[in-house]
Design a protein around this ligand. Structure first.
Ligand code: GDP
Ligand code: IMO
Ligand code: MG
Length: 428
C-alpha cells in the first residue's frame, strides 16, 4: 500500500511543503489534490528558497513525477508563470515530470473579480480570502458550469466557452455594481497559456492507477489545512475545498485501499491568516514573538499574500479534532526552534464553553469564538536547537513538550523540524 497522504493539521502554513520535500526523496510521484494558488509551500535547499503555489513541491526532485489532480482549481496564467519562474531557478519542468489533470477546473479572471466583490459585500464579516478566485471557481464547479483544464485541448471551443463564461460573470458583476473584467485581452492571454499547457494535460487518475498497479510510491500533497476544510473547518471562515483525507481520494481519483500512512503536519504553535475564530490567539507580545519581525523568510507572514499571520499557543483541542477527522497515523511537528527561549510554554488541552469542559471544538464559528481555552503550562528551554539532528540532541524539556502533544492528541510524533532548511529535521 504505497500512498502516503500528507495533510495540514491546523489552519494551513504548517510547513507541509518542507515535509513533502522530505518524503519526495523516496517517492516516484507527488500529487496535489485540492485548492489552487491560494497555497504557498516553501522548501529551503541550502540558501535557495523555493515557493510553490500550484506546482507540487516534489518537483524539486529529479526522481519525481509531479501531478496536479482533478480536485484542484488552476489559474492557467499563474501556472505558466510559476513553471517559468521555477525553470528560471534551475528546476527541470517538462510534460514528462509535470502532469495536469484534464478534470481540474480553471480559474478565470472573472472568478478573481467575483472573489473580490464577494469579500467587499461581506464587509465586516469578510473571510479574508487570498483573492485568488478560489471560492467562485469551486462555486462554478458545483453549479456545473465551470471550465475544465481539458477544454484547453481544443482552442476553438475553449475560446467560445471562456468568452461566454466571462460575459455571464460580467452581467452579474455589473448588476451588483462592480467593475467588469476585460474580455478580449483576457481571452488572448488564456489562449496563449492553453497552448503552452496542452502538452502537460492528462487523465491523471488513470495515470496514477497504472503507476500504482506497477508499484509506484505516491505522496499526496495536501494544501491548506484541516481547520479550513469546507465541511470540518470553522464555516464560513474556510476555503471552498476539502483539504482533509477524503479530499485526497476524490481530488486524485484513487482508491482507499492504496493508503498506507496519513501524516498530519502541525506547527509547534498556532497560526491563522484571514478571519475566523482562533481560541489560542495571542494578540500581544507572545504572538509578536512567535510571528517574528519579518526579516527571516520563515517568519509568520503569508507566503502567498504577505499578510501577517495571527499567532498563538498550540491548540491540542483542534489538533485532536484534526487527528480524528483524518485518522492520522502519525504527526510531524514543525518550527520547534521558534519556541526556544520561552521560559514557559502553554498548550490548550480543552475548552470551556457555557460552563462545560470540551475535549473537541464546537461545530460553529460563533461557539468557537466564545470558547475559552484551558491551558496547561510546560517548562521551556533556552538552547538553540536548530543544529539538532537526532532526538538525543534535543533538550529534555523539548522532548517533554513533544511527548505531551502526542499524548494530548493520541497520535505519535515521528518527526520534528528545527529550522526551515531541508536537512533541519529530527526523526524520532
Ligand atoms: P505550507 O503552506 O504548509 O507548506 O507552509 P508555508 O511554506 O506557507 O509556511 C511555513 C514556513 O515555515 C516557511 O517559511 C518554511 O520555510 C518555514 N519552516 C518550515 N519548517 C520550519 C522549521 O522547522 N523552523 C523554521 N524556523 N521555519 C520552518
Ligand atoms: P497553504 O497550502 C493558510 C485561508 C485564507 C482565508 C481562507 C479562505 O499554504 O497552507 P481562499 O482564498 O482559499 O478562499 O481563502 O483560507 N487560506 C490559507 N491559509 N495557508 C493556505 O494554504 C491557505 N489557503 C487559503 O487566508 O482565511
Ligand atoms: Mg503556505
Amino acid at each position: 500500500m504505497p500512498v502516503t497522504i500528507l495533510i495540514g493539521a491546523q489552519w494551513g502554513d504548517e510547513g507541509k511543503g518542507r515535509f513533502v520535500d522530505w518524503f519526495a526523496k523516496s517517492a516516484d510521484i507527488v500529487a496535489r489534490y485540492s485548492g489552487g494558488d491560494n497555497a504557498g509551500h516553501t522548501v529551503a535547499v541550502g540558501d535557495t528558497v523555493y515557493k510553490m503555489h500550484l506546482v507540487p513541491s516534489g518537483v524539486l526532485h529529479a526522481n519525481v513525477v509531479a501531478v496536479m489532480g482533478n480536485g484542484m482549481v488552476i489559474n492557467a496564467l499563474n501556472l505558466v508563470k510559476e513553471i517559468d519562474h521555477l525553470r528560471g531557478m534551475g528546476v527541470t519542468i517538462t510534460p514528462d515530470n509535470l502532469l495536469v489533470s484534464s478534470r481540474a477546473h480553471l480559474i478565470t479572471p472573472a472568478h478573481i473579480a467575483q472573489d473580490k466583490a464577494r469579500e467587499q459585500q461581506r464587509g465586516a464579516g469578510a473571510i479574508g480570502t487570498t483573492l485568488r478566485g478560489i471560492g467562485p471557481a469551486y462555486f462554478d464547479k458545483t453549479a456545473r458550469k465551470g471550465l475544465r483544464v481539458g477544454e484547453m485541448l481544443n482552442l476553438t471551443t475553449f475560446e467560445d466557452a471562456l468568452r461566454r463564461a466571462l460575459a455571464e460573470a460580467n452581467e452579474q458583476l455589473a448588476r451588483d455594481g462592480f467593475e467588469q473584467v476585460e474580455i478580449e485581452e483576457n481571452v488572448a492571454r488564456y489562449l496563449e497559456a492553453a497552448q503552452q499547457l496542452q502538452p502537460f494535460i492528462r487523465d491523471t487518475s488513470i495515470y496514477l492507477h497504472e503507476r500504482l498497479q506497477a508499484g509506484a510510491r505516491v505522496v499526496s500533497e495536501g494544501a491548506q489545512g484541516t481547520l479550513l476544510d469546507i465541511d470540518h473547518g470553522s464555516y464560513p471562515f474556510v476555503t471552498s475545498s476539502s483539504p482533509t483525507v477524503g479530499g485526497s481520494l476524490t481530488g486524485l481519483g484513487i482508491g482507499v485501499t492504496h493508503i498506507e500512512r496519513v501524516l498530519g503536519v502541525a506547527k509547534a504553535f498556532s497560526t491563522r491568516v484571514g478571519g475566523g475564530p482562533m481560541p489560542t490567539e495571542q494578540n500581544n507580545a507572545i504572538g509578536d514573538r512567535l510571528r517574528g519581525s519579518g526579516e527571516n523568510f520563515w517568519d509568520e507572514f503569508g507566503t502567498t499574500t504577505g499578510r501577517p499571520r495571527r499567532c498563538g499557543w498550540l491548540d491540542a483541542v483542534m489538533l485532536r479534532y484534526a487527528a480524528a477527522i483524518n485518522g492520522f497515523t502519525e504527526l510531524a511537528l514543525t518550527k520547534l526552534d521558534v519556541l526556544s527561549g520561552f521560559e514557559e510554554l502553554k498548550i490548550a488541552v480543552a475548552y470551556e464553553l457555557d460552563g462545560v469542559r470540551m475535549a473537541y471544538p464546537p461545530s460553529t464559528a460563533e461557539a468557537q469564538a466564545r470558547a475559552v481555552p484551558i491551558y496547561e503550562t510546560l517548562a521551556g528551554w533556552t538552547e538553540n536547537i536548530s543544529n539538532a539532528r537526532q532526538a538525543s540532541e534535543l533538550p529534555e524539556n523539548a522532548l517533554k513538550y513533544i511527548g505531551r502533544v502526542a499524548e494530548l492528541c493520541g497520535v505519535p510524533i515521528r518527526m520534528v523540524s528545527v529550522g526551515p532548511e531541508r536537512s533541519q529535521l529530527v526523526t524520532l
